[in-house]
Design a protein around this ligand. Structure first.
Ligand code: ATP
Ligand code: MG
Length: 457
């Protein structure tokens, strides 16, 4: 059996320094690491010929910010070919690797969840009334994103957060509330993992039902757009017309909003503070996208109209809603990933906001889905572009119809505030595209032009 004591924390730190930046989920790619420290190292036990340790690793970047990462490690005496890609560069020691890639390590986590165990400072918690089977095997879900998701026994999806912040994780928090309201438009939360160090709580992962037979909203929407652009029929005659789906999605989002309001309350907020922030961001973005300057007068008008609307009802919302955050199962739509916008702090992500922000996020996503396939194609005719735009308009409208049926108000009745949220998002996209994909800049800029028409003078 491996003697982990032979691997000092110093050697682990030396090995993690080149290894971490190569991991897909490492958020600070390209920023030099000033220092790296193992903040916590816990023995999680052993199974077969593997020993498992749970590490929290603090990475200090050049600008002084510190990011904390969760890194479960497996230790074996002998190398295993299937795990070689995740090996830490440690010379003359045991074979050390990313434990979440090893089904044996996952089985250990899975059993700890089933037993609602505490292992050292790690607390595995079951949602009241939930039962999780022991002995489930696991496999990592497809392409790794900002977190690592593991499917357990084809029934649960265990998402381990890679970047860990102290405080309450909104994904777990909101899923717990939605479990209490029996919301059927999310995959029910069954368990989560948390830890306390230096009196501060951090949440490390969550397990919810795995919707095995589901398709991502983005994929379903793109199929519909592709079919429409390849045909000369009108959308309502197409088998893959998305409008009934968009309507159902609008209803699902409204149900989730109603449940979040019921579970965590609402508040009234003066719209002026929200729109002032939006205007500030639009003005700030001119430095990156100079073309935005001619839209500023109309943006100020839009914001003034939103402000004239008086107070806005705010509540907890999804915070980062788009077609990639919804799954279509054979029977319903599910909203996933309530973490909020990754770039914001935990505190900002937990702030109440208008549900119109989520609606605006989805409308922007329809616009992206519609025109995505045409980007970078120099031969696109005006007619094709118009067909794509009509797809976006049709589905935005169906989404709002579905939302209105459940919410009892139509988001379009708050046109100025909704428009201000759409503008906020479109300007964020414009900054992103200008920096990363300049040939795509036209897409958000057309939306900016619609929401805040240019004033040339
Ligand atoms: P990202 O970095 O893209 O935000 P993430 O690490 O935060 O990803 P999620 O967005 O929660 O993880 O989920 C990633 C993918 O896993 C989703 O796009 C979806 O395809 C799939 N997925 C998430 N939850 C479920 C579920 N309950 N059932 C089935 N598939 C799911
Ligand atoms: Mg996410």
């Amino acid at each position: 059996m491996t003697d982990r004591a032979h691997v000092s924390t110093d050697s682990l730190e030396d090995a993690l320094l080149p290894w971490l930046p190569q991991q897909r989920w490492f958020a600070a790619k390209g920023s030099p690491i000033a220092s790296l420290r193992v903040a916590s190292r816990v023995d999680v036990g052993s199974r077969s010929d593997v020993q498992v340790e749970h590490l929290l690793v603090d990475v200090e970047l050049g600008d002084g910010t510190v990011q904390r990462y969760q890194v479960p490690l497996g230790f074996r005496d002998a190398a295993v070919d299937d795990l070689a890609a995740w090996r830490l560069p440690i010379q003359d020691g045991p074979f050390v690797y990313d434990g979440l890639r090893d089904p044996t390590v996952i089985a250990l986590y899975s059993d700890a969840i089933a037993a609602a165990d505490s292992i050292g400072p790690l607390d595995f918690r079951l949602v009241a009334g939930a039962a999780v089977d022991a002995g489930m095997s696991g496999r990592v879900l497809g392409a790794e994103q900002s977190n690592t998701s593991v499917i357990l026994g084809e029934v649960l999806l265990l998402k381990l957060f890679r970047q860990v912040a102290s405080g309450i994780n909104p994904d777990i928090e909101l899923h717990r509330v939605l479990a209490e309201t029996d919301c059927t438009y999310v995959a029910p939360l069954r368990a989560w993992i948390e830890t306390e160090s230096d009196g501060e709580l951090s949440m490390l992962g969550m397990a919810q039902d795995f919707a095995s037979d589901s398709a991502e909203g983005w994929t379903t929407a793109l199929t519909s757009v592709r079919d429409l652009l390849a045909s000369d029929r009108s959308p309502e005659d197409m088998d893959s017309d998305f409008a009934p789906e968009a309507r159902g999605l609008g209803a699902a989002v409204a149900h989730v909003h109603a449940d979040l309001a019921r579970g965590l309350g609402t508040d009234e907020r003066d719209a002026s503070s929200t729109v002032a922030e939006i205007l500030g961001r639009v003005e700030g973005a001119v430095a990156v996208v100079p073309e935005l300057a001619e839209h500023l007068p109309s943006a100020r008008d839009l914001v003034a109209r939103a402000e004239a609307g008086g107070t806005a009802t705010v509540q907890r919302i999804h915070g980062d809603l788009h077609l990639g955050q919804v799954l279509r199962t054979p029977s319903t739509w599910l909203l996933i990933d309530f973490e909020g916008e990754p770039a914001k702090s935990l505190e900002e992500r937990r702030r109440m906001d208008s549900p119109l922000r989520d609606v605006a996020g989805m409308l922007r996503s329809f616009d992206y889905a519609a025109h995505h396939l045409l980007l970078g194609d120099a031969d696109v005719t005006d007619e094709t572009y118009a067909r794509a735009s009509a797809w976006a308009a049709r589905n935005s409208s169906a989404f709002c119809d579905g939302y209105a049926e459940v919410a009892g108000y139509d988001p379009r009745d708050h046109a100025a505030l909704l428009g201000a949220y759409e503008l906020d998002k479109a300007v964020y996209e414009a900054v992103y595209e200008a920096r990363n994909r300049p040939t795509w800049l036209d897409l958000p800029m057309r939306a900016v032009g619609r929401l805040a028409p240019p004033v040339r003078g």
